[in-house]
Ligand binder design. Structure first.
Ligand code: NAP
Length: 348
């Protein structure tokens, strides 16, 4: 019996882009692809990718169990909100049952985010932190974020590894970063990351610097390719690094926040969204106003639009042969197109 795969978040930016490239990826043989959706309209749309839609509540234990166990799902790609880890816990429990019933190996992928490996989450930033560092799990366990929100997301990473290990499930912590580029799915095509810069700038008619560090960045195609490369190895039974050795960062490298702010400010000024393309440092008052524009407390704005991250992708290239198509600086060259697309499709 070959694998039954379930992808969640298929109507989202990351998950939709993944499904859009599924058919051309020439994946090794599997039995069925399922996709969790929430509406009949999404269910119709998802069929174009060769996926069978399943409508159930990812936050209801009984419904998750029924979906996973009744369909003998052996691979789950979880691409919805990383915190708290309630949904992930239900999937892991249900997959443990599938493993017991079928005697087969089962695989659970949790989608996290690079912010959980940045200064805002208390990660070390004095030198490169490799996703293949054998001590990464211990490092994550020792991190002390300033914000409870970040602690929850960090706990989710650790929980998935620990809980999956308890049940003999192969787990992966997949880490997208600042993903950019037009989404390729049928649903949301705008990255939740770059849109925040535009929203805050529109609210204040100016781009404000909230951080002087460097974020890690990745084009959506490269992000998708890493998901697919990992799946390819799982399907061929090669058992790529998992559990405490199963962190996979999708990032081509880093750029300076200052350069990203400047590139986006120039694109925004060109379109008269802001009055002046000079980037200035935000004070308390500006942070509050930016928070209003973003719908979050001012204190959280630097978390959304800043942070220093030295997290470095190493495992994907070594274990899976993943090679980014786009250099990190491409996000700066692409900023004009990104801003244009966001403004033409904004729905806030
Ligand atoms: N985009 C980035 O740059 C980035 C960076 C780092 C990490 N990530 C992480 O990657 C994951 C996907 O992000 P994204 O950019 O694709 O976000 P997105 O475009 O907002 O998509 C979110 C997806 O999750 C689904 N979803 C949300 N709540 C759900 C629920 N209760 N039950 C079932 N489905 C639910 C949404 O379905 P509906 O369409 O029905 O709402 C949608 O398919 C998230 O965990 C995010 O934190 C993204």
């Amino acid at each position: 019996m070959s694998h039954n795969i379930l992808v969640t978040g298929g109507s989202g930016y990351v998950g939709g882009s993944l499904l859009a490239r599924w058919k051309e990826a020439n994946l090794p043989a599997y039995n069925k692809l399922f996709a969790l959706v929430r509406t009949p309209k999404q269910a119709e749309s998802i069929k174009q990718y060769g996926a069978e839609p399943l409508i159930f509540d990812a936050y209801n234990e009984g419904e998750v169990r029924a979906a996973v166990v009744d369909n003998n799902i052996t691979i789950v790609y979880h691409l919805i909100a990383p915190r708290p880890h309630v949904s992930q816990s239900y999937f892991i429990k249900a997959m443990a049952e599938v493993k017991k019933n079928t005697g087969r190996d089962v695989y659970f992928l949790h989608t996290s985010g690079a912010k959980m490996f940045s200064s805002h989450a208390g990660a070390p930033t004095d030198k490169p932190l490799l996703d293949s560092d054998p001590n990464l799990y211990e490092i994550q366990k020792g991190q002390k974020p300033h914000f409870p929100l970040m602690q929850e997301a960090l706990d989710a990473n650790n929980f998935v590894i620990e809980e999956a290990e308890k049940h003999g499930i192969h787990s992966y912590v997949f880490v997208p970063c600042i993903v950019y580029g037009k989404g390729e799915g049928f649903g949301n095509q705008i990255s939740i990351q770059t849109v925040a810069i535009v929203r805050a700038a529109e609210a204040l008619k100016r781009v404000y610097r909230v951080d002087a560090g460097r974020p890690v960045v990745c084009h959506i195609r490269d992000n998708t390719n890493l998901y697919l490369d990992l799946l390819r190895k799982i399907l061929t039974g090669e058992n790529p690094g998992s559990g405490k050795n199963g962190y996979y960062l999708a990032a081509s490298g880093s750029v300076a926040w200052d350069d990203l702010y400047a590139a986006m400010a120039s694109a925004l000024a060109k379109r008269n969204v802001i009055d002046n393309d000079t980037v200035v440092s935000a004070n308390e008052q500006n942070l509050e106003a930016m928070g209003k524009g973003l719908g979050c407390p001012g204190a959280l704005v630097p978390v959304m639009l800043g942070g220093n991250c030295t997290f470095t992708a190493d495992r994907g290239s070594k274990e899976l042969g993943w090679k980014p198509l786009y250099k990190p600086e491409h996000i700066l060259e692409y900023a004009d197109a990104e801003v244009d697309f966001i403004l033409r499709n904004k729905n806030w």
